[in-house]
Design a protein. Structure first.
Length: 165
């Protein structure tokens, strides 16, 4: 088998964050067979490559030969998603779409994969900022609690020993 085809299958699948089971679910091809294609033990026939390309939203020519652009034409794209995934369609201004298309071609990734990575980075950054803020607030609360505890202890110690002896 063409190991480059195996690498393109792996790349397109992993760029989307999908497991082999996810790709199997969307493409209708058994996960065990996808594993054999990715390991280079079997070669998919053109109809199977077409199913994989459609499921991965990549062009048939790119998946088969590494030729042309990676992105499938809109009419060739699948709307299917693996269980636990939701399809989100975006309407973008032409200039942003052109920028994503250019980035897609230069990085050898689908537009969907680039957008997914950007969303993941943004969510992680927002989550990290939120955790940092929570930790700062917890530290401030701990300091306030210690201060209050010392204030409560001071009068209690004074009342036990009113003469200071």
């Amino acid at each position: 088998m063409d190991t480059a085809l195996a690498q393109r299958i792996i790349k397109a699948r992993s760029d989307l964050g999908w497991s082999q089971a996810d790709l199997a679910e969307v493409s209708g091809i058994a996960a065990a067979q996808i594993s054999r294609y990715e390991q280079g033990r079997n070669s998919p026939r053109p109809p199977v490559i077409a199913k994989l390309a459609k499921a991965l939203n990549v062009s048939f020519d790119w998946l088969t030969h590494g030729a042309g652009g990676i992105n499938a034409a809109p009419e060739e794209q699948s709307k299917a998603t693996p269980k636990g995934w939701e399809l989100v369609e975006l309407e973008l201004p032409e200039d942003l779409h052109a920028l994503l298309q250019s980035e897609s071609e230069s990085r050898g990734m689908t537009i969907e994969a680039i957008v997914l990575q950007a969303i993941k980075r943004s969510v992680k950054s927002d989550r990290d900022k939120a955790f940092t803020e929570i930790n700062q607030r917890l530290s401030a609360l701990e300091e306030q609690t210690k201060e209050l505890a010392s204030r409560v202890q001071a009068p209690a110690e004074t009342s036990k020993n009113p003469t200071g002896h």
